[in-house]
Write a protein of this length. Structure first.
Length: 399
């Protein structure tokens, strides 16, 4: 339930805001916030001295591939044969470390390996100054821009300054992504403060230079999000004709037997191991694409990065690192999708029809999809909630 509550809270966040003041005024005003959180005046003034906004950040915010690419293109662009092979080799070179972390924290080592591969290609990008830069500047730019994650970005900026205060890294040495994520597995500063772990026993927490610290920290973070030891992320399934897709909601987990009794089976003749395992049905590409029964551990992956494309990629990479193959069902690759204006039009139409109460931001997440599924059901269609360009046209006509 903890993960479900987090998912619903994040989904309700508005998409954009605008800077309210100059960057210099923002830095002066934010000083009291940092000092109230325990950051010393000396640390703040040293870290912010001569700071200018990072001009890359606004464009990077608006072009995140998780929200601008189809799920299948996103997955296939990241879970590649080369990355899988590099991952197997990297985990093999560090097999004792992965086994130790998995045993100590109860997190599947291959899940950690998949996140490592997704985030930094097994650490290979950590030396790239085009991608990895001082995060105090990046986070200050984000907070000043007041994007949808304003409160989280502000908390991360404070946390980054707390990490500088704590050491051993100063404001120039504390580096990460444009969004402030740190180290091999890219953990945001607030969660480094909360879950940072000295995995190699050297008396310091350094997720950038120590793989052991990074793995231990991410393992603790995943457990705090509700990760259940010994439970897989989910499984690909076959859904029978005539199935009621309105049952495909992640707000209620039901035992596997609930879906099995309604004709759902695993792909390739595989058997369900535990009929009592709580799951939800997920159909990311509608009735004509792959379908999955997902456990709570899938929602935990979304707590790590709130994107279904990301979570699906980590899940699939986990299986591939273990020797698994591609999904059995293919994706509906020829689908035409609505543009941003049309996506907003879809949400506006669903609001007018009394089916949707969320933000009009063009991000067609699970809440919008469930609203569209109810529209489909009312028209006697297969209510799979898969929103295409045809969905926009149907909603405009109905409105």
């Amino acid at each position: 339930m903890r993960v479900l509550a987090l998912w619903l809270l994040l989904l309700a966040t508005p998409a954009w805001a605008q800077p309210r003041e100059s960057f210099e005024s923002f830095l002066a005003d934010f000083r009291s916030t940092a000092l109230d959180a325990g950051v010393s005046a000396r640390t703040y003034d040293t870290a912010m001295a001569g700071l200018t906004p990072d001009p890359r950040v606004p464009d990077l915010v608006s072009s995140q591939p998780e929200f601008t690419t189809t799920m299948w293109d996103y997955i296939e662009g990241r879970v590649t044969a080369g990355r899988v092979e590099r991952g197997k080799a990297a985990i093999g070179r560090n097999s004792q470390l992965f086994a130790s972390i998995g045993q100590s924290y109860g997190v599947d080592p291959y899940v950690l390996g998949a996140i490592w591969g997704m985030e930094t290609d097994y650490g290979s990008v950590l030396g790239d100054s085009k991608l990895i830069r001082p995060i105090v500047r990046s986070l200050a730019t984000l907070v000043h821009q007041r994007r949808s994650r304003f409160k989280e970005d502000a908390a991360d900026l404070v946390a980054a300054l707390q990490l500088v205060e704590r050491g051993p890294l100063d404001a120039q040495e504390l580096v990460g992504s444009w969004a402030g994520a740190i180290g091999h597995l890219q953990v945001n500063p607030s969660n480094v403060v909360a879950h940072g772990t000295d995995g190699d026993g050297d008396g310091r927490v350094d997720l950038h230079n120590s793989l052991a610290d990074a793995l231990a920290t991410s393992a603790r973070f995943l457990r705090a999000l509700g990760y259940q030891p010994g439970v897989d992320w989910g499984m690909e399934v076959v859904v029978p004709e005539g199935f009621d897709y309105l049952l495909a909601t992640r707000t209620e987990l039901r035992p596997v037997r609930f879906f099995a009794e309604r004709g759902i089976v695993r792909v390739a003749g595989r058997q369900f191991a535990d009929p009592n395992l709580p799951v939800f049905l997920y159909v990311p590409a509608g009735k004509d694409g792959p379908k999955f029964l997902m456990t709570q551990n899938y929602l935990v992956l979304k707590g790590y990065n709130f994107s279904d494309s990301y979570a699906m990629s980590v899940a699939h990479m986990t299986d591939r690192l273990k020797g698994g193959g591609a999904f059995v069902d293919d994706w509906p690759r020829g689908t035409a999708f609505p543009n941003l204006a049309q996506r907003k039009g879809i949400q506006e139409a669903l609001i007018r029809l009394g089916l949707y109460q969320g933000a009009v931001d063009g991000r067609l997440g699970p809440i919008t999809q469930e609203a569209y599924a109810r529209f489909q059901a009312a028209r006697g269609e297969v209510a799979d909630g898969f929103i295409t360009r045809a969905a926009y046209e149907a909603l405009q006509a109905a409105r």
